[in-house]
Design a protein around this ligand. Sequence first.
Ligand code: SF4
Length: 385
Amino acid sequence: MPVSGTTRCASPFVVRGWCPSAWRPLESGDGLIVRLRPPLARLTRAQALGLCELALGHGSGTLDLTSRGNLQLRGVRETTLRPLLEGLVALGLVDGDAEREARRNLTLAPDWSEGDETEGIARAFMDRLDRLPPLPGKVGFAIDAGSQPVLGLVPADFRIERGETGALILRAEGRETGVPVDMDGAAEALIDLAHWFVDSGGAGSGRMVRHHAELPAWAQGAVRPAAPRGPLAPGLHPLGAAFGVAFGSLHAEALAELLDKTEARAVRLTPWRVLLLENAALVPAVGFATEASDPSLRADACPGMPACPQASVETRPVAERLAPHVAGRLHVSGCAKGCARSLPAAVTLTGRGGTFDLSFETRAGAPPVIAGLQPHQILTHFGAD
Ligand code: SF4
């Protein structure tokens, strides 16, 4: 199904400078980016293998894991976009209705179990997608109904999470407390809050955190979220095994190989650059980290040059070489925008005019301590050459 483009679009599908989705791909330096939001953030083995085949046949084969637990196919050609989408719809990974696909902006705690509250509320929410109002593209929902919240730092606007009293709460982003809800009413409550957001002018602010209108009385509560638990890390897991993915970027061939090697039943996406493979063995696999201490997992690096037209430097080769030599977080950014990390890092390298600016305990684009560094100078500086 084509979607309406802008005057800048060369294709009826393609939207530039936009938050990408399956039906609204974004043009990048390496082709189109097609973002998927698999239902329940889970791909069966057959779906995952089908996805790998499509990514190789219609794109570059590169897959990105996003900070909301979604998946992006990179390097897609405009000429093969339609068969790709048809294939993804046939696999059940994309909704054939572009509007419904856009509304499924949902992140859920990835370690849900069949029949638990997280799964139940997520399914109830997906059954009611047609009742959501039109929302700004980045507005999203989080369902985090495990014994302790795990998605607190994951971007979302409206949350169902475990409160400190043990009850489920509905909480709007930017508010420290929420109101108790029961499981049967949780999905409805999310939808009602989205309607209030639109009716009270929230769309103008773009995100809930910037919308300062007083919440309706029914959504005001004094229950704080329960103490959070840490994000899922590589290693053995009660559901199978978790594998870290450096920079959140992997190749379809590597994923297919991993599925084969581990005999996994399904793949769950997480917002932390980790894949949780159900019923899988924890085996060493090229391109995947099996231990939380792997240095590559301490590094953030955007795709850089040539994938991003804004970049003037290659980022990931530098980050890979440097990560083991940096204590703390490393951020290598292709430009001052800092897409890979919005928070400060212990060491930040920002591309500018073909060289890097080096700074410490800052965000990308901050005034440099040393400017104009070539990659070999950076490696020497950190003893990594
Ligand atoms: S930080 Fe700059 S170079 Fe990197 S992906 Fe974002 S816009 Fe592109």
